[in-house]
Ligand binder design. Structure first.
Ligand code: HEM
Ligand SMILES: *[C@@H]1O[C@H](CO)[C@@H](O)[C@H](O)[C@H]1NC(C)=O
Length: 294
């Protein structure tokens, strides 16, 4: 392996050779500053890379935030989201649930910066989680201290992800049940969906609210940009997009709640928060209290 030119290393090789010194099932658990002795600069390097990437490609921060939802929802955070499909198995990032996910190659940029300093030490799952933490700060969100020491998984299965991860058009009871299965209650779900205060949604994910009949609860201005999107049905990849929060698209703030209370929630799951009494009350609190949301 050491004779392989660096340029030929693929993300999977970089990531899944990390921590090979540990026995497979000997997991010492998570700690604050887990890399304190093995790679003391690890968290600073990640933070620096996230900030550099954010300067060049603002939307990387959206990706880091969305990554943790997709990676951590199923069998904890293990970076299985980054694995490619094999001949026999469709991977997590290739399922339709992961539609629109982007910037995976910049995880590689962060990993390479770490490799230069401490080769083979920091796991990709810790990079995924810490980059989200630093991305949230770049978007004006709070700094969240986090433990590290995660292990990378070796299996990535689209079918398992689909069983657990709610779809864009799921009913609120299913969404709440799925989150409850991983120990997150209603107020937690309402807070987490506030992530849709940044980033984009492809019109193809809204098509169900436009065809065959226009969802009358959708504010009309939302339609104007997507109604040109009829071709997206035959062109399911790419196609037009809508900013999740037109007011403050680059800020992780509580504007999401004011939007959905104004019937400007884009996805069916967003809009449903205002059709249920308990959720609606939580949205009103979050919408009024910026600090509560943060
Ligand atoms: C019921 C739960 C959820 C569903 C069904 C859902 C679904 C979606 C969908 C369909 C998109 C648009 C993708 C596209 O068209 O490009 C999206 C975007 C996004 N989601 Fe979620 N999501 C959920 C929860 C979350 C959570 C918990 C987070 C993070 C904590 C999150 C973070 C994001 C971000 C940041 C984007 C924008 C990504 C970008 O612009 O690249 N989502 N989500
Ligand atoms: C949700 O949308 C997908 C396509 O994105 C469709 O296959 C599925 O049947 C829909 N589910 C519900 C509950 O409407």
């Amino acid at each position: 392996m050491s004779s392989t030119p660096k340029a030929l290393f693929f993300l999977a090789v970089l990531c899944f050779s990390s921590l090979s010194a540990f026995a497979e099932n000997e997991n010492p658990g998570l700690f604050m500053n887990y890399y304190k002795d093995s790679c003391p600069q690890a968290e600073d390097i990640i933070k620096e890379q996230v900030q550099l990437l954010y300067k060049r490609h603002k939307n990387t921060a959206f990706s880091w935030l969305r990554n943790i939802f997709h990676d951590c929802f199923v069998e904890s955070c293990d970076a299985s989201l980054l694995l490619d499909s094999t001949r026999r198995m469709l991977s997590e990032k290739e399922t339709d649930r992961s539609f629109g996910m982007r910037n995976f190659r910049y995880i590689e940029t962060i990993k390479e910066a770490l490799e230069r300093e401490c080769p083979g030490v920091v796991s990709c799952s810790d990079i995924l989680v810490l980059s989200a933490r630093d991305g949230i700060v770049a978007l004006g969100g709070p700094y969240i201290p986090l433990k590290t020491g995660r292990r990378d998984g070796r299996k990535s299965r689209a079918d398992i992800l689909e069983q657990h991860l709610p779809d864009h058009n799921e009913s609120m009871s299913v969404v709440l049940e799925r989150f409850a299965n991983i120990g997150i209650d209603t107020s937690g779900v309402v807070a987490l969906l506030g992530a849709h205060s940044v980033g984009r949604t492809h019109c193809v994910k809204l098509v169900h609210r436009l065809y065959p009949e226009v969802d009358s609860s959708l504010t009309l201005t939302m339609l104007s940009t997507c109604s040109t999107s009829a071709p997206t049905r035959s062109r399911p990849k790419g196609g037009p997009i809508r900013e999740n929060d037109r007011g403050t698209p680059m800020k992780l703030d509580n504007n999401y709640y004011r939007n959905i209370l104004d019937n400007k929630g884009l996805l069916i799951v967003d809009h449903q928060l205002v059709t249920d009494k308990e959720d609606q009350a939580l949205c009103e609190e979050n919408g009024q209290e910026p600090r509560l949301f943060l």
